[in-house]
Every structure is written in C-alpha cells, then in structure tokens.
Design a protein around this ligand. Structure first.
Ligand code: GRF
Length: 196
C-alpha cells in the first residue's frame, strides 16, 4: 500500500473523493494545506487523517518547499497528489518528486492552462471541456497527461455550471489515475505518461 500525501488550499472535494476511493493500492497518510482553515482540512480530520498547515506568508518559495519536503519525508510519503493546491512549486521540489507528483486540472490540457479556465472556455465558444490528471513538471500545467475525461459545454453555459459538471468527472478521474500510479501501472518515461 503506497503512502500518499494530498496537498490542498481550499474546499477539498477532490481530497474527499480520493479519501473515499482509497483501497489496498494507496493510503492517504497526510493532508497538507498552505491555508489555515481550508475546508478540506476538516474533511481529512473527519476521516482521522493527520493534517498539517504550512503557511507560505513571508517565506521564499524555496523555504516553503523545503518545509513541505521535510514533512513529506518525515511521514515516508511516496506519492504526492495536488488537489486544488494554489501554489507554484519550485523547480527543485518538482524535480525531486518528478514521477511521484500529480495534479488535477479542470480543462483538457494542454488547452486552458492556468486559472479562470471555465470563463475562458465559454468565451471561446468551445463545445467540449473536461478534466486532466497529469504528472507535475516545472512548467505550470504542462506535464504529461495520465488521464482525461470530457464534458460537453452547453450553448448557454455559465462558468459555475460548467465547473460543477467538470468537478463531477474529476471525482472519478482522480482516484482512478492515482490507483494506476500507486500500483505502478503508469509511470513517467521520456516525457510521457506510459503504461507498464
Ligand atoms: C478543482 O477544479 C481542480 O481541478 C483544481 O482546483 C479545484 C479544486 O477543487 N485544480 P477542490 O478543492 O478539490 O474541491
């Protein structure tokens, strides 16, 4: 059973889906938030999962990431899942964890990296959107995609409505991808996510 840490900054609905889907392949041993009072922390505590808040204010990116890395090391964490973690990680941290660090993003990457995704998808009159789970590399939202799920965009969609439908598919997509990773069925090779 692989030891997984989940990093959050907010609501934690993806964290909840990862907690509920945990099986013999992985165990969430630690939830870390950079924001005190993030709602996701309560979701972890409700499942008796240890939580840690590492505030980022007044710290360099490297100092914050060193604290993060130390906490992960102290708990023998093997894989890290970012779930609404709203902080860019330093190149050094990402390189150290490369292949063991994944994220979920609410678009069909490589389209619509960054923030305000649903607003931009609707403004562009796209017919299709979705969610992507990807390995994290130093360049933001640019890592090799492990799994995607598509969601139709409605003609009269609103960012909130589209976000809700994308989030619903995130909640099945992320646990599936994490299980592949934990079981060693998927790995990072030559800049691609490949099956064993
Ligand atoms: C999700 O839409 C995820 O794709 C993005 O941030 C949001 C996090 O939501 N990275 P939650 O905190 O998991 O509810």
């Amino acid at each position: 059973m692989r030891r997984v840490a989940v990093l959050i900054s907010g609501r934690g609905s993806n964290l909840k889906s990862l907690i509920e889907a945990a099986d013999a392949s992985y165990k969430i041993v630690l939830v870390i938030s950079n924001i005190e009072g993030a709602a996701g922390l309560e979701k972890a505590q409700a499942s008796q999962i240890p939580t840690l808040v590492i505030p980022h204010a007044g710290k360099t990116r490297e100092a914050f990431d060193a604290e993060l890395d130390a906490a992960l090391g102290a708990d023998d964490v093997e894989f890290v899942a970012l779930a609404g973690f709203m902080r860019i990680l330093s190149d050094g941290f990402v390189r150290k964890w490369q292949g063991r660090l994944i994220n979920i993003h609410p678009s069909l990457l490589p389209a619509y990296k960054g923030t305000n995704v649903h607003e931009r998808v609707i403004a562009a009159r796209e017919c299709l959107s979705g969610a992507s789970v990807h390995f994290v590399v130093p360049e933001l939202d640019a890592g090799p995609v492990i799994a995607q799920a598509t969601v139709p965009v409605h003609r009269d969609d609103t960012p909130a409505g589209l976000a809700e439908r994308v989030l619903a598919v995130e909640h099945t997509l992320y646990p599936r991808a994490l299980k592949w990773l934990a079981k060693g069925e998927v790995f990072l090779k030559g800049g691609l996510a490949v099956f064993r």
